[in-house]
Design a binder for this molecule. Structure first.
Ligand code: PAZ
Length: 382
């Protein structure tokens, strides 16, 4: 806590809240093991002069009980993060993939969490051996080669979290380990992170009882504080506290010279760009990628100090229907002048992954930062 407050430099109430977060909420048990792996990975790639991207992916949970049966979850399958990680590897980055346990992983994502079982990709040959079905051979061999290359070159490190606290501890500690990389470090924060949470000292130890005969058992872990999730009569009442805004701390303190890309997810198109601009201005980082829940695989908006730019799967492309047969989507498309695409029927899966367009843009922005010698150092307190 002392370090947190010292590094903040100005001791505002927000800094205190941030410092206290790591005092009240204990680190994950696996933290030291994960950090040892990360240190070794970062040192090796720093020595080789390679750029390192920390890609966060999937949703964080907010447990309501210390021995957790119930929790609040954030939306994300991990598609954005896992897909982006593959394109970062393609672009020559080493990737630390900090993801929600059991969410999609780079490469295996092509065959998991599917409407089809992975067993549907396989068959049996005449000798009774398991083989990949002929129609999947071509794609699977490509994916397998890329996967084996990343393994052989040791360019991917996979770390996991479940809760918001596990996520924040790892983000902070790995960011600090990445500092020697200077402007060769990139943070790509695609995880869907909870805005509200239950602090550990206001969590009930045991499963919250709903039966009125037993509700007197609902007590916070230390017994002293009112539990944040409790029964009142027959209702469950949850009062959550705000998660301190750690992006500011990442930008100013944990990773002052890195390229920092955050995401903004909205459902109301009329506020997306405004909210992305607000975040960029508030946190003073490099890029906010805005996306809407329903169209996120077709279009995103890049908001940076350089301006606002939509990245879209070209409208003349076809999308794959669930049967795998291509069908034409939408009307003749493209931007209609007000920044958003014309009406599309965003159905099925786009024929190309939008991350194949996004990551080269991000890498180019990173290239410009590195070429400036990471000059943001001048603007950021260390
Ligand atoms: O993983 P996914 O493809 O299902 O979802 C990706 C996403 C929408 C969570 C991501 O693109 C994003 O916007 N992340 C930040 C969410 C937020 O505003 O906290």
């Amino acid at each position: 806590m002392t370090n947190e407050l010292d590094r903040s430099g100005n001791g505002t109430p927000l800094d205190v809240a941030e410092g206290q977060y790591f005092t009240i909420n204990a680190p994950p048990k696996a933290l030291n093991t994960h950090l040892a792996l990360a240190r070794e990975f970062i040192d090796r790639h720093a020595e080789e002069g390679r750029r390192v991207a920390l890609v966060t992916s999937g949703g964080t949970t907010v447990p309501l009980e210390n021995q957790t049966v119930r929790y609040i979850d954030n939306f994300s399958a991990g598609t954005r993060g896992a897909t982006s990680a593959e394109y970062f590897l393609d672009a020559g980055y080493a990737v630390i993939f900090l993801h929600r346990q059991f969410s999609l992983l780079p490469y295996s994502r092509h065959y998991s969490h599917n409407t089809r079982s992975f067993l549907d990709f396989m068959g049996e040959d005449e000798q009774g051996r398991v083989v990949v079905n002929p129609e999947h051979q071509e794609q699977m061999v490509q994916v397998l080669r890329q996967y084996n290359k990343a393994k052989k070159d040791n360019t991917i490190l996979i770390l996991s979290f479940v809760t918001i606290t596990e996520y924040l501890w790892q983000l902070r500690e790995v960011a600090k380990l990445m500092r020697p990389l200077g402007s060769n470090a990139l943070f790509y924060l695609a995880a869907a992170v909870s805005d509200f949470f239950v602090p550990q000292d206001r969590m009930t130890e045991h499963k919250i009882q709903s039966n009125e005969e037993f509700t007197e058992k609902n007590r916070s872990a230390d017994g002293a504080k009112r539990p944040a999730a409790r029964t009142e009569g027959k209702s469950l009442v949850i009062d959550l506290e705000p998660v301190p805004k750690f992006l500011k701390r990442l930008v100013d303190g944990w990773a002052p010279n890195a390229l920092i890309v955050s995401f903004k997810l909205e459902t109301d198109p009329s506020i997306l760009v405004e909210k992305a601009k607000y975040a960029l201005n508030k946190y003073q980082h490099d890029l906010v990628i805005g996306n809407l829940l329903t169209t996120r695989k077709w279009e995103v908006v890049f908001v940076s100090p350089e301006g606002e730019k939509w990245v879209r799967v070209p409208s003349h492309r076809r999308t794959k229907s669930s049967s795998g047969i291509e069908s034409l989507v939408g009307k003749a498309g493209g931007a209609n002048g007000n920044g958003r695409a014309r009406e599309h029927e965003f159905v099925g899966e786009p024929a190309i992954e939008i991350e194949s367009l996004m990551i080269p843009e991000v890498a180019a922005l990173h290239g410009r930062l590195v070429a400036q010698g990471g000059s943001k150092t001048q603007h950021r307190p260390d």
